[in-house]
Write a new protein. Sequence first.
Length: 244
Amino acid sequence: MMIEFEKVSFSYDGERPILDQVSFSIGKGESVGLIGANGAGKSTILKLLLGLLSGQGSITVAGRKMCRENLAEIRQKTGFVLQDSDNQMFMPTVYEDMIFGPRNYGLSKEETERRVDTVLARLGLTELKHRYNHKISGGEKRMAAIATILAMEPEIILMDEPSTALDPVNRRTVINTICALPQTKLIASHDLDMILDTCQRVILLSHGKIVADGDAQTILRDKALLEANRMELPFCLQGMARSR
């Protein structure tokens, strides 16, 4: 297993639980969608996986127990696409952001350059390579943030709302890229159409608990289940439901 949660609980204020005895595991190469209404605990799970938060219970990432001693190794194996790209892109240019991680982990200049050029070409972003981050659009910055993580070639990729602020063309590029990635992926999103396109499995959270965990097609087509947990069918399925 690449990710294991065992009876994990977390509270920001020590009183109201955001996560309550959550347990699940994700195998190597799985692409899993993490869905739920606002406040269900999706972003909290991602932050716990990176050691940005500390809760109760047991968390294992890439075979390493989550603890202070293993934190650096876990973070080297894990890439996190943040919900707010401005919090992720902190260097002056796209290029400098993309080389920061690989170079700090000891990769050669030549290998780093190869990764940067390969990822930018795959995402159709070659023209952004030397652009200043404060001079690109929100959608371009979102794409560049994804490119920054892919350049690190992590074993596990965590994504928090990766399709936010993307126009239809860039959104489709991101979906195609996610589908082609061999890494283990955990994607938290309200964009259920994207989840349907990129994930074979879905974990549905509600009030800090897992209420469904299984085949994405089955869960995302279950109108009653989604509505009971303050969600709606993916847009691509709503017309089909109305025509019945």
